[in-house]
Write a protein that binds this ligand. Structure first.
Ligand code: ADP
Length: 489
């Protein structure tokens, strides 16, 4: 059977545990392991960032340096190797002046000025190592704009090239990041300008768009939830790419991300005050009491709804709606715990309200992975009012922890949260569609009202805890796609 022998190469700008700025790293770290579990030969290529160089990874040199053409120059690239505990080979592209930096893509002042050079170089080098390691993949799976040029390079390569004709799958993790650069950099790609720099190719309003290159030249495109796959073909969510995506809709698929239940399971989680499961829920109440203590909230909130939020403080996440209705929510006689970092204006807005409501609203600014676990375990509800959400992980964590998600019906939130119906006891959360403070507030009010019915609330919590969003399920869908793309050649 084809699947047993399938060879997959992952090209990603980040992957856990090596380098992470967001959800992409979780996917590029976990999906190869799940695919390997299905019997595939999966390998991963990453840049050799400082976090890898200085990290606790036993990496080893792999043969001689490569010479990579970049315009008129030929730049050297080193190759390093590593094998994960699970046996997935990882190859790192080494070039100090590009990747030995404090951050992956930029600093507080903005993106690094040479991100185009850094990731075009990465894309070319990643393809060039294949012959050296004698690995000819059946599929190359590229992730986000940083690897978007790869399908173009393969298409342009001569028939005798080792990587000629390898089919590609390109995944969009967030359409908000498009990798758009000045057309003057076209010569660095090695592609003939006339063949590629046009609106049907990789040109996007007079610039080079590496995301558009990935969309237009890959054999199949995926994004991280079925609803987001439909939404991005409309102007409201398409960020200017809706027309391009509409044309490619026959090869555009939405595959929901999985979550890592080794890290997010209240029955196993040693970072929370007490473990619990659907058949033994006492620990959940203990987690709530500990959270109330830790956050300096009023002890009487033990018997009232405790509402949590763990989020980047960004407009994408619907924080403007939250700020609009914050006073009204507090008037519902509930407690609030918010953990987040990001936009200064949003931070200031939240701080102002939390200072006026000591004991009722506790705010932590910053990134704190362990506190995220304690909030998701200790709260009764988790708010996720995103303007758009390619997939979203926190609602899936909340469901597993019996913390009821209250979400906006968009992207992956719409795919994973089913409104609770008290009449038949089905559903796992609450959701609203219109992006308005009114719709959001009314939905929170309904959740708070249901909380006062302990039997219905327990039914709702347990429904969520029994959902299965594990990686093997998603990996099976990717495997079927790889097989159909490979067969289509
Ligand atoms: P996005 O990748 O758009 O930020 P996701 O829901 O896909 O949204 O993933 C966010 C991840 O980051 C989740 O694991 C969430 O728990 C975590 N997270 C977000 N903000 C914080 C924070 N301030 N501290 C700790 N973890 C956070």
């Amino acid at each position: 059977m084809l699947s047993e022998k399938m060879k997959i190469l992952f090209l990603s700008p980040e992957a856990t545990p090596f380098a992470k700025t967001g959800g992409l790293a979780d996917v590029a770290g976990a999906l190869p392991l799940a695919l390997k579990g299905l019997g595939m030969d999966v390998r991963l290529v990453l840049p050799l960032y400082r976090t890898v160089r200085n990290g606790d990874f036993d990496i080893y040199p792999l043969g001689e340096d490569l010479e990579i053409p970049m315009g008129k120059q030929r730049l050297k690239a080193g190759i390093r190797g590593f094998r994960t505990e699970e046996g997935v080979p990882v190859y790192f592209i080494e070039r100090e002046d590009f990747y030995d930096r404090p951050h992956l893509y930029g600093n507080e002042k903005g993106d690094y000025y040479d991100n185009f050079e850094r990731f075009v170089f990465f894309s070319k080098a990643a393809l060039n190592i294949l012959e050296k390691i004698s690995f000819k993949p059946d599929i190359i799976h590229c992730h986000d704009w940083q690897t978007g040029l790869v399908p173009c390079i393969i298409r342009e390569s001569s028939a005798s090239a080792f990587h000629a004709d390898i089919p590609t799958v390109f995944t969009i993790h967030n359409l908000g990041y498009q990798g758009n650069f000045s057309e003057e950099k076209m010569s660095l790609t090695g592609l003939r300008r006339g063949d590629y720099f046009h609106p049907e190719g990789l040109e996007f309003w007079g610039e080079i768009s590496l995301l558009k290159a990935g969309i237009n030249y890959s054999n199949a495109i995926t994004t991280v939830s079925p609803t987001y796959a439909r939404e991005i073909r409309k102007s409201e969510y398409g960020m200017g790419m809706e027309g391009v995506l509409e044309k490619r809709k026959s090869v555009l698929h939405g595959i929901l991300n999985g979550i890592d239940y080794h890290q997010w399971d209240p029955a196993e989680d040693s970072d929370i005050s007490a473990k619990y499961s659907p058949s033994s829920m006492e620990g959940k109440a203990l987690c709530k009491t500990s959270l109330i203590d830790e956050m300096g909230l009023d002890g009487s909130l033990k018997d009232r709804p405790l509402i949590g939020m763990v989020s980047r403080l960004d407009k994408q996440k619907g924080l403007d709606l939250f700020l609009e209705i914050l006073d009204e929510v507090l008037a519902l006689d509930v407690g609030l715990v918010v953990l987040g970092s990001g936009n200064e204006e949003i931070q200031a807005g939240l701080l102002g309200v939390s200072r006026k409501n000591p004991g009722r609203f506790s705010l932590r600014l910053g990134f704190d992975e362990l506190l995220a676990h304690r909030i998701i375990a200790g709260a009764d509800m988790l708010l996720i009012p995103s303007r758009y959400e390619p997939c979203g992980l926190t609602q899936m964590y909340a469901l597993k922890y019996g913390t009821v998600p209250v979400v906006r019906a968009t992207g992956g939130l719409d795919d994973t949260v089913v409104p609770f119906n008290p009449k038949n006891g089905k559903g796992n959360g609450f959701k609203f569609r219109a992006y308005t403070g009114r719709a959001f507030f009314t939905t929170i009010k309904r959740a708070v009202a249901l909380y006062r019915n302990p039997k219905a609330w327990k039914n709702l919590m347990v429904n969520g805890m029994k959902e299965d969003f594990s990686w093997p399920r998603s990996a099976g869908v990717y495997m079927a796609l790889y097989e159909s793309v490979a067969r289509g050649r």
